[in-house]
Ligand binder design. Sequence first.
Ligand code: GRF
Length: 202
Amino acid sequence: MSLPIGVLASGRGSNLEAIIRAREAGELPVELKVVISDKREARALRIAAEHGIPAEFLDPRAFPDRVSYDLALAARLKEAGVELVVLAGFMRILSPAFLEQFPLRVINIHPALLPAFPGLEAQRQAWEYGVKISGCTVHFVDVGVDTGPIIAQAAVTVEDGDTPETLAERILEQEHRLLPEAIRWIAQGRVRVQGRRVYVEK
Ligand code: GRF
């Protein structure tokens, strides 16, 4: 049994690539039903198309407001049979109207150890703050910004010679490992959520 997933991405698509690689290596029991972007030029769309995955641009400007866009997005994902929505660099906040349709069925990868440094440019925020350890977090998406229950985290040491860019590169390597792993746990039915706590069966 493979879990039908949909990926939402706005840009480079390296996390999408990591999911595709894991899938093609037979390490991920999922079926990539569709990749949708809010940016016509997103590299993620090209990557999806190259791998034979339906790749679609859904233009936010074609909708009067955020909720109607989100409802169209949810409808498209449902139509494609998606049961888990993976945000991989999707640069929009999803409204409750969207999330209600996929309860505990939307996950996100964030490039910091939440709850530290939510929001944009998390790697730069962490570097500027001067932390010695940062990393990345996979979490369920709730109505807040980067606030949902945490599924998995990986730590990355900040070195003296780091810049925000070199730190971001090392965090990204961990993202590419952690996101497919968390998806695999969910696909295998091993993840249970109790309030804020997420338990993963061994
Ligand atoms: C990643 O750093 C991810 O943590 C953040 O957005 C970036 C997306 O990168 N949410 P990519 O498009 O997957 O290469």
